[in-house]
Design a protein around this ligand. Structure first.
Ligand code: PMP
Length: 448
């Protein structure tokens, strides 16, 4: 398997060095919150299998729901047909998301959930025959990550992922992230915040006749390294978008399904977006599924459009797959039966307390946390916040040290991310924190 993996499998986002110097574990099974490799080694899944796992692996209720569905039908299509499970899930999502969201468009990944929102927003203005010029620009937030398709990269702002494709991307206007305090351009922290709040209106006003939508990761920018927005920022963006009649696209792909402490992050500031993108945790982390939710108003614009542009030209073969919908229904039911929001609040406090021991660590610049999403930023010097040299790949070294200790974590650069599943028992969350701290200590002391 190792030989064939190296010879044939091109891994996503893998630096080419990984093919020569690394031997990533080959996972063959799982047990609860552990992943198990070909050598029988167990790793506590500290990143929820890329931020999507909710209740652990091989969860009896979800497994049974999938098996039951398998005995009925694994997949048909939503193009020209419907399915009982996709309808039931749509109703459950509508009942749980902000009340203005009544329509569900299924797709199969977080990137496509965002892509669908972008195309819908663009076409919505087209249908409404808004005055020229055509609304072809999206507003977005600095440091954002919204996926890896061309549309979702266009509205993303992580330079590393952007750079190579820049000539393929469509125009966007990005406002500075209020949490990116490293690029304060001579501001104090307070004046930087004010500047970022002000820039929302400046950018929207300057583009009010050509902006198709404003895209934001509500409350937490995940892939940027768990940047937590200041209170009131999301509300502010919503208010200015409303004032200038710009649809708000909330990308809840990472933050949805409890990770910030509420079922959806928009709830924290009572915000009703015009589009909400859901993926990752929607199926409990079992099967590829995504949903873009929107309003009656957006739907009505398509319904009332001239016949040639009534259709929304989008839909993948496996859109709304029945097995995935069955898993999603079971996962949502279990989430509520187990009162996971209360459990998350407990684990949030536990992680905060455990990780507070890193406050004086010479190589920990910042521990950022919202709900059960945590980013531990490693630096050369905590007083100056001087970064570690990139060649040393210290974040990566911490991951390798973690593996030896039986935990699976994955850094974003030199930010070590902890993303326990919402249902992970507290004693395992506690162990995850302890082993992470030990891994950081081990690597940074040998690099001092
Ligand atoms: N949006 C956000 C906020 C994300 O964090 C991610 C994935 N990390 C995506 C979109 C893309 O999701 P996927 O990888 O399922 O395409």
């Amino acid at each position: 398997l190792r030989e064939w993996d190296n010879a044939h499998v091109w891994h996503p986002f893998a630096p080419m060095s990984a093919y020569v110097e690394e031997c990533a574990p080959i996972i063959t099974s799982a047990d609860g919150f552990d992943l198990i490799d070909t050598d029988g080694r167990r790793y506590l899944d500290g990143i929820s299998s890329l931020w999507c796992n909710v209740h652990g692996h091989r969860v009896p209720d979800v497994d049974t729901a999938i098996r039951t569905q398998l005995d009925r039908v694994a997949h048909s299509t939503l193009l020209g047909l419907s399915s009982d499970v996709s309808i039931q899930l749509a109703k459950m999502l509508v009942d749980r998301t902000p009340e203005n969201l009544t329509k569900v468009f299924y797709s199969d990944s977080g990137s496509t959930a965002v892509e669908v929102a972008l195309k819908l927003a663009y076409q919505y203005h087209h249908q409404k025959k808004n005055p020229e010029p055509q609304r072809d620009t999206f507003l977005c937030v600095g440091h954002a990550y919204h996926g890896d398709t061309i549309g979702s990269v266009s509205v993303g702002s992580i330079d590393l992922f952007h750079r190579v494709y820049k000539h393929m991307l469509f125009p966007t206007v990005s406002v500075p992230s209020p949490t990116a305090t490293r690029v304060m351009d001579g501001h104090t922290k307070e004046s930087w915040l004010q500047h970022c709040f002000d820039q929302v209106e400046v950018a929207i006003k300057a583009n009010s006749d050509r902006a198709a939508g404003f895209v934001i990761e509500p409350i937490v920018q995940g892939a940027a390294g768990i940047l937590v927005h200041p209170p009131g920022y999301l509300r502010h963006v919503r208010d200015i978008c409303t004032q200038y009649n710009i649809p708000l696209i909330a990308d809840e792909v990472a933050v949805g399904f409890g990770r910030t402490g509420t079922m959806f992050a928009c709830e924290q500031e009572g915000v009703q977006p015009d589009f909400m993108c859901l993926a990752k945790g929607i199926s409990g982390g079992y099967l590829p599924l995504a949903a873009t939710m929107t309003t009656e108003e957006i739907f009505a614009a398509f319904l009332g459009a001239p016949s040639e542009s009534r259709t929304f030209f989008h839909g993948h073969t496996y859109t709304g797959n029945s097995l995935a919908c069955a898993a999603a229904i079971a996962s949502l039911e279990l989430f509520e039966a187990n009162d996971l929001l209360t459990h998350i609040a407990h684990n949030e406090a536990l992680m905060r307390e455990k990780l507070s021991t890193l406050a004086d660590h010479p190589h920990v610049g910042e521990v950022r946390q919202k709900g059960i999403m945590v980013g531990i930023e490693l630096v050369q010097d905590r007083t100056t916040m001087e970064p570690l040299s990139a060649e040393r790949r210290v974040g990566h070294q911490v991951t390798l040290a973690g593996r030896k200790r039986g935990i699976m974590i994955r850094p974003l650069g030199d930010v070590v991310i902890l993303m326990p599943a919402p249902g992970m028992p507290s004693e395992l969350v506690s162990r995850l924190c302890d082993e992470t701290i030990a891994s950081i200590n081990e690597v940074t002391s040998s690099h001092a």
